[in-house]
Ligand binder design. Sequence first.
Ligand SMILES: Nc1ncnc2c1ncn2[C@@H]1O[C@H](COP(=O)(O)OP(=O)(O)OP(=O)(O)O)[C@@H](O)[C@H]1O
Ligand SMILES: [Mg+2]
Length: 397
Amino acid sequence: MSLNSKEGSPFTPGSPVPVELFVGRTKQVGELIRYVEQAKSGKQENAFLAGERGIGKSSLAAFLRYYAATKMNILGIHVFLGGISTLKLTVHHVLEEILKETKREGWFQDIARFFGKYIKEIGLFGISVSFNPPEADLKELVRQFPEILNNLLKDIRKKRDGLFIALDDINGLVGEREFADWYKSFVDEIATHYKDFPVFIMLIGLPEKRDALSKLQPSLMRIFRVVEIEKLSDHEVREFLVRAYRRVSMKIRAKAIDLMVKYSSGLPLLMHEIGDATYWIDQDGLIDREDAIQGVLTAAEKVGQKYLDPKVYRAIRSPRYRSILRKLGKMRISRSFRKKEVEAKLSEEEKKVFHNFLKRIKELGVIESDFEAGRGAYRFVNEIYPIYIWMESERKV
Ligand SMILES: Nc1ncnc2c1ncn2[C@@H]1O[C@H](COP(=O)(O)OP(=O)(O)OP(=O)(O)O)[C@@H](O)[C@H]1O
Ligand SMILES: [Mg+2]
């Protein structure tokens, strides 16, 4: 294969993975499907999908929505609420997504009638649709949300057996007392007023947001089924890479795939960056060890630029820390570590640099003291940091 015959990378670093390349998460998917099934039988269900940045929350939600739509006859919407911190905007987005989805599925008329004059069909041939109620009505929509959903359900159920709502990136929203209280009364009202309410709602956010929510409204956390996702297994990463390269008819040597699996460290985001970089580096349709090494180094660079704060990126790559980085990389510093244990492997000179290095990355919020583990124990705030240090340490000067 020559460079200009590339048909387009099968990798999607930074956006949810297409359903065909979705791997792993068997346990969580199974559990969530059970909740969707419960909801479908009329009992409203709520879940909270928690996981760190880039671990695969949105991909899991997209997969689940696809599954619910195709295998369970459920209308599914996936709403991204990044940067949104008001209930009005939230409700607005949810309703608009329901409209868009029914439009896409071609049975929009009944639903549209319901929303009346605030609907605009936009785009050539009215392909899309927008929903623009006036401010005063939005307030009512927030207040009467259960009733509105219930009315919508009457139409939805002519075609579908229920509604799946994923509220993604709710990080801005869940810190608000208003949201916690609103959600609690939403759930309570449904439980007391509606016998049959086939709606599954899944909030998606960082683990600490779940904690924030439970602090604001403790009884709310009894309502949510918490599902957590973590790293993928090496086996799943391998399966993903094999499937991705097969899709574009590329071959891959065992040594190369071993290397890519190893450096991906179970992080979905990394396996896409490494897979993608290697895809573009390869020149002959057969990925060998050399391609993979170059791919890993290129991916490290990209990860540094894309996911790390520029200050952190510069600090870690600064020449001052070059030698210590090597050492830390070689010993594969883990996410939680003790200063003493690392120091035991360092020379006097290196200890000083290490001390400064720790101080600096602590200031930058890369590590924090791990109080539970006692004095002198630290923890990288995100899994990506120790892996990044490891990858960077492999770079030849
Ligand atoms: N199960 C999976 N199979 C294959 N690829 C995945 C899987 N989960 C996630 N990915 C890939 O990993 C990367 C991160 O996934 P995703 O965007 O779903 O994570 P996220 O947790 O929603 O991240 P964020 O916190 O930034 O919203 C993306 O490139 C995505 O394509
Ligand atoms: Mg996401």
